[in-house]
Each structure stands twice: as C-alpha cells, then as structure tokens.
Design a protein. Structure first.
Length: 545
C-alpha cells in the first residue's frame, strides 16, 4: 500500500457509493474515516497519511466527511457509521499483522464490512478511477490542516456515545464491580488504552494494572515479535507485570483493539492459563445467556421494548468450536454459522436483528468477539469489560474462569481443538491435492483409515469445488456461500478437520476439533489425528510441508 493506491481506492469508493446509494444520499449522509498508528518511515507513508488522502478525495467531491482527530480503535468506526447514519466508513489499520503491513477496512451503511456483490462493484469502480483527480490532489497538497479544516471531528461525541451504549447494554453488576480484584491490561503497543479505561470505569471496575512498556502506540512494536496476542509468548511481559502486582487476570487487546486475549493465573500460582478464542467464547456465551435471563426485566432494545420478547441468537464462524452451538441450542438459543471473518458474521448479525432476534454474542475463534449489538464487528474493548465483570462475579463466589470452563465441559462434553498454520505461497496445491479430482476419502485412505489413525471420512464440505459440495445436505449443496478456499472433513468419530487459506497472510490454516466425555482420551485422539492425518507424511497438508 502507498498513498497513490489509497487515493485510487477512495476514488473508486466514491463512485461506487454514488452508484449504489445515490450521489445526494452520499453527500448528505457522509462517510467516517479512522486510522491507527501504523507507519513506515522508509516508504514515507503512514495510517495518518492514508487517512488524509482518503478524506481529501471525499471532501473534494462535496461529501460530508467525519475524520477522527487522533488515533482510534477500529470498533469505533462501524459504531460511528450507525450512530451518525453515514453511508460508509473506512478504517486504516493492519490490526495485529506484522509491523511492516498496512490495511484499509471498508464498512457499509449497516456498520458491517462489505461483502458480495458490493465488493465487486467497489473493485470495478476502483479500476475505472485510477487517474488521480486534480481537485483531490490540490486539496491533499495543501497539507493536513487544510484537509481537516473541511472535515468534521466526531471523536468526542462518538466516544461518549459508544461508552454510554456499552455500559447501558452490557454492564450488569456495576455496584459490585468495584469489589472485583484488580486485573492487568495491555494494549500491545496499540491504540486501545484510552478507550478501554473509559469503558472499565463506566463498568465501575477497579483501575487496571497497566503494562506500561506496551501502553502507548508504537508502530515498531518493540517488546513483541508479532503484535498478535494470540502468538506464543506475546503475553510474557503482561504475565510478569501481573504476577508482580498480584493480579489473577490478564486482558489484552491487539493493536487496533478489535480482538481480546485472556490469561488467568493457575490455582497453584505457578503459571498462567492462556485461553483460546473458543474458550473465551464459551465463557462469554455462558455469561450472556445467564445474564439475559437474570436481568430480563431491565433489558430493553433501542425502541424500549423488552428484549425477552425477542428470540435469542448467537453467531459463530465455520471454524469455531461446536461447543457454543451445542450449549446454545440446549439452552434455547439459536446459533447460526457463517464463513470465517467478521464481514460474514456482522452481516448475519444484522440479518438476525432485522428478523427480530436479540443477538447475544458473535465470534470467530481467532479471538474476535462481539458481545451484544452495540457494534456489528469484533470489539475487543467491550468484550474485555464484559469478561472482567464476569471474572469478578466468579471470584466473588470462590470460583475461577478455569473452574467455570471445566464445569461447562463436564456438562456439555469436552470439545477440544488443535489449530495451527503452515506458511506457503502455494495454498492452491494443497487444495488440489486434497480434492484429488473429487475423491477426498480415497485420498485419505477411505475405508482403510487415515494414515496411522483408523478413521474414515464420512462427510465433506468444499465451498470452492465446482458448484460446491456438502455431503450433509440432501442436495449436496453447501448452505454457506462460495468464498475463499475452505474444505472441511468430518471423520467417523465426529472429529472435524478444516483447512482454509488465510485471507490476509501467506498461510494455510488448519482447525481440528474432537469431542467426547473423557478429556484425556479426547486429547490423545486429537494429538494422533494432527500428527498423522494433518501433518503426517501422507496427511492433509503433505503437499506444502
């Protein structure tokens, strides 16, 4: 990415908006633009410069432009779109990607990331508007002050509204939260701290112990190899700080604060349990279902109607654990599945809300969570506050997050996962090899078993094969739409293996989940399947290992 590419993108977006929504609507309703702290001095570009180029394009066309005056957390952009009734929004961020990366996220009028057919229209429009517009060039050349002078700064009203909405919708024990034990928070060298502390205070939680070395935005990310709190070792510094301060709980946002990672001290005090995205979701889903039932008399939607009149729902991604689906459905909550990525999840949430559902939680296993309906994108800030409140309630009754998680598994079954990735620039080879001309089960041993594991493939879902394939469906057609490369194999013991190509990095990701009533047996089975079926010499990923 560079300034020219961003300007071309903005130009194409203007024309696409005018085509799809009408020029008058776009000018009057306007767009929102936010940016993080990413910078590349070597190439003289930054998130700020990308935001100014984007704003310059919109302003030059007479479009009302809301440009945040300062660094902003990603969830505030989709929130601002719906709060201000804008036509679209852009967030300039590379989220948790390596420090060399940059990114441009596009949201539509519904506060969700764009999906087909809107994305196709935008792409065509960009290619048709590659020549920089003279009027935009003239404004951008006058510098930051000139661009900002023609924009509206929404920072104060939007942040105040966001904090008020999150507290009103998601805080359930404000009077008791002050007695919660202190917890540790890290912004992972990102933008989350000022927004997270505002929400924590709104919940009445004690001020968190801050990891000072990671508190301020720093595009070099000096204390971590990768600025992704999911990565092994990324929470090491936070664990040191938390241990010294006597904190039992660590909450971590990624650099643009749309993801949440959590760790809890073990009962022995000698180490830390770092929860997976699925485990965080299990705890949040359990909490939200319980709270909606317990506080139903005070739960009201934006029209003032009690949300108990609405059927409850949750949304998970296709590679998320089936645990939340099993738990939700047993407790009378509808659980829908979408493709991976919050552009699919958020749009499904919007559809469910339009159908009259109260959406309690939506999530993807890569530590992306949206609690409630304040934002239609993943939001690590509100999720952190809800998790802190939930943990405080558990501690108050002598329990822990780990203990509650185990109790849930003992009640609903041990759904355990092994997820990972292989770096490759030729993911297509793996999918071609796996399909083997449509003979998926034969490739993996068929009735003879899978490598050293005596298992058979009983169902296949392939979203990219000609016409799509899902052997669970009567017509063999997938319910999920055709999108990026993704194949799911279900084995005769219920284990699922999903392989998909990353949408942002040169990686092939795999997700393996098994379930049963004996934790040790499930773990042993999982280890055997991953080592033999997935990563073995004749395994699923053999062609790219």
């Amino acid at each position: 990415m560079n300034n020219l590419v961003v300007q071309q993108t903005a130009q194409g977006l203007v024309r696409a908006l005018e085509q799809l929504l009408g020029a008058d609507q776009v000018r009057v309703r306007g767009v929102v633009i936010g940016y993080d702290h990413r910078a590349s001095p070597e190439f003289d570009c930054s998130s700020l410069s990308f935001a100014l180029h984007t704003a310059g394009v919109f302003v030059s066309q007479g479009i009302k432009t809301f440009l945040f005056d300062g660094l902003v957390a990603t969830p505030l952009v989709p929130f601002a779109i719906t709060s201000l009734h804008c036509a679209a929004g852009c967030m300039i961020t590379a989220s948790h990607n390596p420090k060399e990366d940059a990114g441009f996220k596009l949201y539509w009028e519904n506060g969700c990331q764009i999906v087909s057919p809107i994305d196709d229209t935008v792409q065509r429009s960009i290619l048709a508007n590659l020549e920089p517009w003279p009027e935009a060039n003239a404004l951008i050349a006058r510098g930051e002050a000139a661009v900002r002078a023609q924009c509206i700064n929404p920072m104060v009203p939007v942040v105040n509204h966001y904090v008020a909405r999150v507290v009103a919708k998601l805080c359930r024990r404000a009077s008791a939260n002050a007695q919660s034990p202190p917890f540790c928070y890290t912004a992972m060298h990102g933008v989350g701290l000022p927004f997270a502390t505002r929400v924590f205070a709104g919940f009445g939680l004690p001020p968190p112990v801050i990891v000072d070395a990671q508190a301020r935005p720093d595009y070099a990310f000096p204390t971590v190899k990768f600025p992704n709190p999911e990565e092994h070792g990324a929470l090491a510094l936070a664990q040191e700080v938390a241990a010294k301060a006597g904190c039992r709980l660590i909450l971590a946002n990624d650099p643009d604060a749309d993801r949440l990672a959590v760790a809890e001290a073990t009962s022995s005090g000698a180490g830390w349990a770092v929860f997976t995205g699925d485990e965080i979701a299990m705890l949040l889903a359990d909490w939200e279902m319980a709270q909606r039932d317990a506080h139903s008399s005070s739960n009201r939607d934006d029209d003032g109607d009690k949300t108990t009149k609405k059927p409850k729902a949750m949304v998970i991604s296709a590679v998320s654990s089936r645990f939340v689906k099993v738990m939700g459905e047993r407790r009378g909550v509808r659980v829908d599945e979408t493709l991976t990525g919050f552009k699919w999840i958020g749009n499904r949430v919007a559809e469910l809300q339009a159908q009259g559902h109260d959406v309690l939680l939506s999530y993807e296993e890569a530590i992306g969570f949206c609690v409630g309906d304040v934002v239609r994108d993943k939001d690590g800030i509100s999720a952190a506050a809800v998790f802190a409140e939930m943990a405080g309630a558990l501690y108050a009754r002598g329990s822990t997050c780990q203990a509650r998680l185990r109790a849930l598994r003992e009640e609903y079954g041990f759904y355990l996962s092994r997820n990972g990735y292989v770096k490759t620039t030729n993911a297509q080879r793996a999918f071609d090899d796996l399909r083997n001309g449509g003979r998926y089960a034969l490739l993996l041993g068929g009735v003879g078993g899978l490598g050293a594991v005596a298992r058979r493939v009983v169902h296949v879902r392939d979203l990219q094969s000609p016409g799509g394939l899902d052997t669970r469906q009567p017509d063999l057609k997938p319910v999920l739409p055709k999108a990026s490369q993704m194949i799911t194999l279900e084995l005769d013991d219920g284990t699922t293996i999903t392989v998909r190509a990353s949408g942002t990095e040169p990686k092939l990701k795999y997700y393996v989940e098994a379930h049963g009533v004996d934790e040790a047996e499930v773990n042993e089975r999982l280890d055997g399947i991953v080592s033999s079926v997935v990563l073995g010499r004749q395994g699923v990923l053999r062609s790219v290992l």
